[in-house]
Design a protein around this ligand. Structure first.
Ligand code: NAI
Length: 704
């Protein structure tokens, strides 16, 4: 059992011991109930203290049990809390560090609560598309008031224990301990005090017995509901938080509990909740690499070097400066360095102006930045990231110089988006130290980092870069070496479908609108305008030579021939007004598409939004299935993480793979076969990938 029982004089102490966060898994729940039982039977015990070992009181549900029977097996959390309430001897929760979700609900079932300062307290279930399901919505308003409780429940955000303990009239914490060190002694003292009070005839206090009222109930809940609705657009759970807290003010406690349970159970089966739970698990899985154990020793990274102070080099450097790691940037010319540093300053200054960065922090960060034109100045860096022009010749020259000057054991990374990392590694005498770090633009903002594992990349190099990525707050996903890695290799197929849709009868606006309605942050044409249509053009020119059989729509090339490269030229698929990002439809673009159609002898047809969305999303899915089968990605959920954090795929749909699973892989395959019949599309591409076919045959899913 992962909860231990120990008697300290006349007080029994139950200690949750389920590392790392004392998740309330089955064996922990069994331990609590067993301990409580022992305490009831031992005449020498007068009171009970319940606490958590290590880094948390409890973070709530045990994620290892997510979606398994163990999560609901008896004693479930509700019955554990009931057992606490029914204890004939006072139970004191000694709360510290982290008290979240089920952990807080457990504490609210105790008779008394003592908390250490600095403890993060939250009911974060809404972030998983749920409401608290073990009394949180009914008990929390009773101890900290309806409004504060609803704020916490509807946002899921943590609040510090000192703040909660200072709320006037609060009954959440009976005592704020002087420090974490004195917490246990203070809890034991409170337990003895409580036992004495009980002996003197006082009844044990229960949160369920406290009143729950709001003076302007109806008006307040109406207001709260409108607010939350406005913010929660695509998610049902936040509004349900309002309903459940309102029930606490209107229903008897047990009826409120039943209502909470019903809402919780219904939410559990919504697609949004499924997607958010998938994301939660996917996020944690992505940092694990099947053949690289978590305890792999890591190299120390105390100083970074960055080659190239352009768009990416500057943004990449900012990540490390933000994390307090010194950076030296190397360029070929002083002007380029000056320009790069000026851009970094401008970015920080705009953060300072918006109040997002304190001026002294800005100075601190800039003080960590140095520049150079001389490779010799890189000798003391522990890792270097190259972000020079996307040209193999230039990369070769840079990596040869790096090989000559970097100290032994330094990590040599390339930010290339399309070039072969193994070829880059071969320019050095130490391919085991070479890796790809594919940042997304703007590199100081975008969460995604594709970590590209070369054929010879050493395991400790990979482990070090993954840990470093976490330190700079990126979501790291490992990709094998292939053209475009995971994300861009898939987006190329999506872009190709966008082109075919134009040829067959759509306008850019119609395609963008359909996929944006589906939930993408931006449709393919607005995205092209943002990234620069010339980039895709350059890639296609290469493809025409490398893969002459691959079918492309010529519309994007014709657009580039018109000089319409996107936002940077003020004109792309749309027009742009300086300083604004609004995409304004352009008649010449529509005319260009119509002329092209006529030249190809295509009779335009009306295409439904459903077809647009399916062709775009399933093109991602089919390419992803190949990527998975080739071992470029280790798991389907990694691909979802790439799309959720780097490509604006709607979070509440869980990523392309999870979405395909929800649609049903059989249905996905059938749609692909239909698309293959379209003479204007690419029949070869639409053959369902072998992995997809196998999964359908075996009745399996990508992520299940
Ligand atoms: P950029 O053109 O903005 O910057 C490149 C910089 O490298 C320039 O300042 C240039 O002076 C410098 N440079 C060129 N040759 C050099 C050399 N031999 N030694 C030192 N510095 C040199 O290019 P950008 O967009 O920053 O791209 C850099 C790399 O990042 C490329 O490999 C690109 O494919 C990749 N990338 C770009 C993304 C983007 O959205 N721009 C996204 C992800 C990766």
């Amino acid at each position: 059992m992962t909860a231990h029982y120990q008697v300290h004089g006349d007080v029994a102490v139950i200690t949750l011991d389920n590392p790392p966060m004392n998740g309330l898994g089955l064996s922990t729940r069994q331990g609590i109930v067993a301990g409580l039982g022992q305490a009831q039977e031992d005449p020498a015990v007068r009171a009970v203290v319940i606490t958590g070992k290590g880094k948390a009181f409890s973070s709530g549900a045990d994620i290892k049990e997510f979606g398994t029977d163990r999560a609901i097996q008896d004693p479930n959390l509700l019955s554990v809390i009931l057992a606490l309430e029914h204890s004939s001897k006072p139970v004191v929760a000694a709360v510290h560090s982290i008290c979240m979700g089920g952990g807080l609900e457990l504490a609210l079932g105790c008779h008394y609560r003592v908390v250490a300062p600095g403890c993060s307290v939250a009911l974060p279930e809404v972030k998983l598309g749920l409401i608290p399901g073990a009394g949180g919505t009914q008990r929390l308003p009773r101890v900290i008031g309806v409004e504060t409780a609803l704020n916490m429940i509807a946002t899921g955000e943590p609040v510090k224990s000192e703040l909660l303990a200072s709320l006037p009239g609060q009954k959440l914490f009976d005592k704020l301990a002087a420090s974490a060190e004195t917490l246990m002694d203070e809890a034991l003292a409170l337990a003895r005090d409580a036992a004495a009070k009980q002996a003197a005839g006082s009844a044990l206090p229960l949160v369920r017995n406290l009143p729950c009222k709001h003076p302007q109930g109806d008006a307040y809940f109406q207001f709260a509901r409108n607010m939350v609705k406005g913010m929660a657009k695509n998610y049902p759970a936040p509004v349900k938080c309002v309903d459940a807290v309102e029930a606490a003010t209107k229903k008897k406690f047990d009826e409120g509990m039943a209502y909470e349970r019903e809402v919780f159970t219904n939410l559990m089966f919504t697609p949004e909740c499924r997607a958010l739970r998938h994301l939660f698990v996917a996020e944690r899985a992505a940092s694990k690499i099947p053949d690289v154990p978590e305890d792999t020793p890591k190299r120390e990274i105390k100083k970074m070097a960055v080659i190239g102070a352009g768009t990416m080099g500057g943004g990449i450097s900012m990540n490390f400066l933000n994390a307090g790691i010194p950076v030296v940037i190397l360029e070929t010319k002083q002007e380029a360095l000056d320009r790069g540093v000026a851009t970094i300053r401008k970015n920080y200054e705009s953060q300072v102006k918006k109040g997002k960065l304190k001026p002294e922090k800005y100075e601190e960060r800039m003080a960590l930045l140095t520049t150079t034109l001389d490779y010799k100045d890189l000798g003391d860096a522990d890792m270097v990231i190259e972000a020079v022009f996307e040209d193999m010749g230039v990369k070769e020259a840079v990596f040869k110089q790096l090989d000559a000057v970097m100290k032994p054991g330094a990590i040599l990374a390339s930010n290339t988006s399309t070039l072969d990392v193994d070829a880059i590694a071969s320019f050095t005498s130490r391919p085991q130290d070479v890796i790809g770090t594919h940042f997304f633009s703007p590199a100081n903002v975008m969460k995604l980092l594709e970590v590209v594992r070369g054929e010879k990349t050493a395991k400790d190099v990979l482990a070090t870069v993954m840990a470093l990525g976490k330190k700079i707050k990126k979501t790291c996903v490992v990709s094998g070496v292939c053209d475009g890695f995971i994300g861009n290799r898939m987006i190329e197929q999506y872009g190709r479908q966008g082109g075919f849709l134009l040829e067959e009868g759509c306008t850019p606006q119609q395609v963008d609108r359909a996929i944006e309605k589906f939930g993408f942050a931006m449709g393919p044409f607005r995205m092209g305008d943002l990234a620069g249509n010339d980039i895709g053009w350059a890639i296609r020119k290469r493809r025409y030579v490398e893969k002459p059989d691959m079918k492309y729509s010529k519309t994007a090339d014709l657009l580039c021939e018109m000089g319409r490269f996107g936002q940077k030229t003020g004109a792309g698929w749309y027009d742009y007004v300086p300083g604004k990002r609004d995409a304004i439809p352009n008649a010449q673009v529509v005319e260009m598409i119509e002329k092209h159609r006529a030249a190809m002898g295509i009779q335009p047809r009306k295409i439904s939004d459903e077809e647009i969305v399916q062709r775009l999303v399933f093109s991602l899915v089919n390419e992803a299935a190949h990527i998975l089968e080739e071992g470029i990605a280790s798991r389907a959920s990694d691909i979802d993480m790439v799309y959720l954090t780097g490509y604006g795929f709607p979070i509440w749909r869980g990523g392309p793979m999870h979405y395909a699973d929800q649609v049903g892989l059989f249905n996905v395959c059938e749609a692909m076969k239909r698309f293959a019949q379209n003479p204007l599309d690419d029949a070869k591409f639409w053959q369902p990938a072998p992995l997809l076919q196998r999964l359908v045959a075996e009745g399996k899913t990508f992520t299940g």
